[in-house]
Ligand binder design. Sequence first.
Ligand code: MCN
Ligand code: CUM
Length: 808
Amino acid sequence: MKDEITREERVDNLKGMGCSRKRVEDARFTQGKGNYVDDIKLDGMLFGDFVRSPYAHARVKSINKDTALKVPGVLAVLTADDLRPLGLHWMPTLAGDKQMVLADGKVLFQGQEVAFVVAEDRYAAADGIEAVEVEYEELPVLVNPFEALKSDVVLREDLVAADGSIPAGAHGPRKHHNHIFTWEAGDKDPTEEVIANAEVVAEESMYYHRTHPCPLETCGCVASMDKVNGKLTLWGTFQAPHAIRTVVSLISGIEEHNIRVVSPDIGGGFGNKVGAYPGYVCSVVASIVTGKPVKWIEDRMDNLMTTAFARDYHMTGKISATKEGKITGLQCHVTADHGGFDACADPTKFPAGFMNICTGSYDIPTAFLEVDGVYTNKAPGGVSYRCSFRVTEAVYFIERMIEVLAIKLNMDSAELRRINFIKKEQFPYKAALGWEYDSGDYHTAWDKALKTVDYDGLRAEQAQRVEDFKAGKTRKLMGIGLSFFTEIVGAGPVKNCDILGLGMFDSCEIRIHPTGSAIARLGTISQGQGHATTFAQILASEIGLPADSITIEEGDTDTAPYGLGTYGSRSTPVAGAATAMAGRKIRAKAQMIAAYLLEVHDNDVEFDVDRFAVKGAPEKFKTMKEIAFAAYNQAIPGLEPGLEAVSYYDPPNMTYPFGAYVCVMDIDVDTGVPEIRRFYALDDCGTRINPMIIEGQVHGGLTEALAVALGQEIAYDDMGNVKTGTLMDFFLPTAWEVPNYETDFTVTPSPHHPIGAKGVGESPHVGGVPCFSNAVQDAFRPFGNTHTNMPHDHWRIWRTANELGLHD
Ligand code: MCN
Ligand code: CUM
C-alpha cells in the first residue's frame, strides 16, 4: 500500500485518549438546540405542582380541595388520602428510610409537599394551589441536631413503637426518637489511648454548613402512561435512570419492561438529581389517573428549599502527634443533620458515605470515626454537590485539623503535610479506617505545587505584610491557603457498594456498523460532563475508529444497558472501564477477522492504532474500517457475523485521585472582602482522557468551592424558615468573583483500571473548599485565629477581624 499517511497522523485522526477534542455536545447547547425535560411537549399534556407547607413542623388537621377543584383548568388535587389505597403515600428513600410523598398527618420541613394540583397548564396549577385550604396546627420546631437529640418532641412518629420504644433503623439501633443511626469505623480504644498519651494533641470543632448545588436546571419530569399498551414513559432529570426505573417498578407494581425511563439533556446535576422525589411519584400517579401526560418542573425556590441539600455536618476532632510533627492518631465525631427523612444517596452500607476517608493523604496509624445521624425539621437529602459521598466533609475536616495541629506545633503546615504524607512506595496503602488506596505520589505533586507558586517567597511576603499591618502601613492581610486531598471515587466494587440492593457495576454496549462507524451505549448519564465526547475517545483508542465516527448514547433505559448512573465521579472509573473492556472484545474478534483476511494465524497480526498488521510486515494490514465491513459479509466460516460487544464492569477497587491546591488571598480587614490573587490547582486523575474537559471540570468545581467557602449557605431561622431560598439570598458566584485559575497535573495511573484512569469531576470541589477556607484562616493566624466556620462571607470575615481586635 502506498500514499500512506504517517503513523502520527493516523493517531491524530482518531482523536483518542489524551486529545483535547472539542465537545461534540456543544454544537447543540450553544445554539439553543438542547432537549431538556421542560422542552418536552406532548399532546394534551397537563401540569402538576405542589401545595407546600409554610411550616417546618405542623400537624395537618384538614385539607379542603373543593374551591381548588372549581378553579378553571384544575382537573385534580391529590393528597395522601388519595395515594394511600395505592400504597404510594410514602416511598422508600435510598438510605433505607421512608419518606412521605404527600403530607400524611404532619409535615416535617418548610416546603414539604402537601397536595399535588393537576391542571391544564402551569398557571392554572398555581391558581389551584392558592385555593387549596389546609388547616395546620403548629408543633415545636427542631433545627439544631444537638437539641433534637435531647428533645421530647418526636419528629418521626412513624418510627416509634406503640409502647414508646424505639425500633432499630436501617443502620442499627437508635439511641433516641430523633436519632437515625450511629456509624463507626476504626478502633476506638487504641485511638483514645494513643491520643491520651501523645506528646501533642490538637482539638477542634467545626461546622460544615448546609448548602445546595443549585444546578441551572431545576428537577422535573414528564410522566406518560399509555393505557392502551400498558407502557409508562418517564422523562426526567435523573442521574441514575435505570435505578429510577427499578424503583418505579418496585413501588408501583408496574412490570419493569413496561417502564421506559429517559434522561434527556440535563442542565447540571451535581448530585441534586440522584434521589427520587415526590414530584416523580405524583406525576406518574396523575398520569395514570387522568390518562394524560403530566409534567412537573420545580421553580427555583422549590429546588433550593426542598431537594437534596449538601453537608450539614458538625465535626469534632482530635489529632495527636510527636513534638516533631509525626501524626500518631486521629479521632472524629460527627453529628449529621439529615433533616426530616433520611434521604441521603449513599451506597447502602455507608450511611455517612465515605466519610471514613477522613485520614486524608496522611499515614495515620490509628484512627476512629463515629457518626450520629439525626432527624431535624429541615429538608431531606444530604449527599449532593460534587461530594463523592461526603468526601468533601472528610477532606475539609482533615485539612482543617492539619492546620490546627500546625498552629499547636508552631510549625509550617506545608512541612507538616510533607512529613506525614503516605509515601509512594507504601501504595497500595491500607488506611486505618479501612480503605485501600490504589496509587499515589503525593510528595512529587506537593513539591511541584509549592515550587510553582514559590511558596517560600509567598511566606516571606506574608511575614512582611504582617509587619506592615502592625506598623499601620496597610489594612490588608495576606492568607496562603493550602490543601492536599485524596479522593475516593468509582463506586464501586459490588462486594461493598450497592444502592437499594443493586450492585454498583456499570456497562457499555458497542455496535460497529458495516462502514466502520459505531454506536456505544452506556449505563451512565452526562449532565454536562461531556460523556459523548470523552467516551468516544476511549473507544477510538481501543478499537481504532475515529472518535468522530462513534456516537455515544446514554440515558434511555429501553436501549442502554443497565447501569447505576453518574454521580460519585464514577463514570470514568466504572463505565469508562466497561467501555475499554467492551472495546477490547471488539478488538479480539477484529483480530480473528483480520488474520483470516490476511491468511495468517491469529497470533501473527498485531494491533497498530487503526489496523491489524502482520507482525514484521507492516505493509500487510487490514484497517478497522475494512474489518468492520468484512464482519458483515465475509465473516469467518463458523463464526457469527456482526461486530458487537457488551461489558458489565465490576471494579476491583475504587480509584484514588489526588491533588495539591494553593490559594493566595488578600483580605481587607475593614470590609471583610477577600480578594483572590492566585489559585493554583494540581490534579492527578491518572490517565487523562481529555485534558480540556478535565480543565473545565476543575474550573467548575473550584468555582463551586469558592461559592461554598465564601458565602453560599442554606440557612434556617429558629422557626425552621429557609432564609436563603432565592437567588437574591443564595450566593452564586459570577465571573466577577471568580479568579483566573492555574491548572496543572501529574499522572499516577490507577493500577487496576483498564486504562489507568481515575475520576476527576468532584476533585476540585473536594480540594477547593478547604483551600479557600484555609486561605481565610491563614490570614488571621498571626493574630491568634485557630478556626472559624464557613461560609466566610464578608460579614463573617469582618467579624473575625473584629473579634481579634484588628479594628481597635
Ligand atoms: N475525564 C477525563 N479523564 C479522566 C477522568 C475524567 O477526561 N482521567 C473526563 C470524563 O471523561 C468526563 C469528565 O472528565 O467527561 C468527568 O468524569 P468523571 O470524573 O468520571 O465524573 P462523572 O462523569 O461521573 O461525572 C460526575 C461528577 C459529579 S459526581 C458531579 S457532582 C459533577 C461533576 O461530575 N456534576 C457536574 N461535574 C459536573 N460537570 C457538569 N458540567 N455538570 C454537572 O452536573
Ligand atoms: Cu456527591 S454529588 Mo455527585 O456524586 O453527583
